[in-house]
Design a protein around this ligand. Structure first.
Ligand code: FAD
Length: 275
């Protein structure tokens, strides 16, 4: 089973040591032969150079790479310049997002939502970029309702996105429902499932709180019962996430996008069980 759309996400390292570690991680993950790697972009442009440097390095290693681009806090001019830089490096893929500024910063900038960014990218660069956008099977935490969030998702596709990657989730049914509803609303682009391996329970709880991903009660209870026993957490996480990936692929998910957190082991272990 080798899904057509198998991709892996990194964040740009902040130190030389982190950069070196990511090279080692990447060499391991390259053996899985993903379709592309993606590299996140700090809202407000905080990682602009790091994102570009990482993408350029990955491309030199012979892999396709997609920088993320978040528009919050940006101006038309600043985004135009970033797009030109990506074009100058012959980068043809982008993950286009609104982003979240830290609380206290307000929204600022000339873009309010990701659909405006997608529209701008298309108006500035035509079909140069393959554009991926974010999707939320369990609803974006700031949305008014799931229906409203779905309409906002549809808006991004209508603005010219080619595909979507979901926020991570551990309820496969939420994904299938979302895809069905999106298709009923006229969306016919691939909606790739975002997968977060489970390796560390406190980190997972913290992330999930922020991004609105639900950890099912039984998974939470099991994780809590392992306390500091990291080996048991990883073994349990591997079983739960692999089984969900199997279900997703069997149910028609067009691909998987792994949030690797710059670690190779968990993604590799899941992948090796799937193939
Ligand atoms: P939007 O699609 O703009 O949606 C944001 C909210 O506004 C939603 O509640 C939506 O319902 C509502 N909304 C959307 N459009 C409209 C409209 N026209 N009118 C009224 N309401 C509207 N963040 C980063 O900073 N950097 C990254 O690299 C990054 N990578 C990510 C990758 C993936 C695959 C995912 C799923 C998320 C990523 N994020 C990243 C997080 C993302 O930026 C946040 O989830 C952010 O809060 C929303 O971004 P969005 O692009 O989904 O926003």
């Amino acid at each position: 089973m080798n899904p057509h759309n198998f991709s892996i996400e990194f964040f740009p390292p902040k130190t030389e040591e982190g950069t070196e570690k990511l090279r080692v991680t990447r060499a391991k993950l390259a053996e899985l032969n993903p379709k592309y790697f993606s590299v996140t972009f700090g809202a407000g442009g905080t990682t602009q150079q790091g994102t570009l440097d990482t993408v350029v390095e990955i491309r030199k290693e012979g892999f396709d790479a997609a920088p993320h681009l978040s528009c919050v806090g940006g101006t038309r001019d600043s985004i135009r310049q970033i797009l030109q830089t990506y074009k100058d490096h012959n980068i043809h893929r982008l993950v286009a997002l609104r982003g979240d500024l830290p609380s206290g910063y307000g929204m600022g900038g000339e873009f309010r939502y990701a659909n405006e960014l997608v529209e701008f990218i298309r108006s500035e660069t035509g079909d140069w970029f393959q554009i991926e956008v974010a999707a939320y099977p369990e609803m974006h935490p700031q949305a008014k309702s799931p229906q409203d969030d779905l309409q906002n998702f549809v808006r991004k596709i209508q603005a010219g996105a080619n595909a979507a990657i979901t926020q991570y989730f551990y309820n496969a049914d939420a994904y299938f429902q979302f895809v069905e509803n999106a298709q009923k609303a006229g969306v016919n682009v691939p909606i790739v499932a975002g997968i977060m391996p489970i390796t560390n329970s406190s980190q997972l709880m913290r992330f999930s709180e922020m991004c609105g991903a639900e950890i099912p009660r039984w998974v939470r209870l099991k994780l809590a019962s392992y306390g500091d026993d990291s080996a048991s957490i990883k073994a349990f996480g591997l079983d739960v996430v692999t089984q969900m990936c199997e279900r997703l692929l069997a149910g028609g998910a067009p691909g998987l996008h792994f949030y690797s957190l710059n670690q190779a082991a968990a993604t590799t272990a899941i992948w090796n069980r799937l193939v």
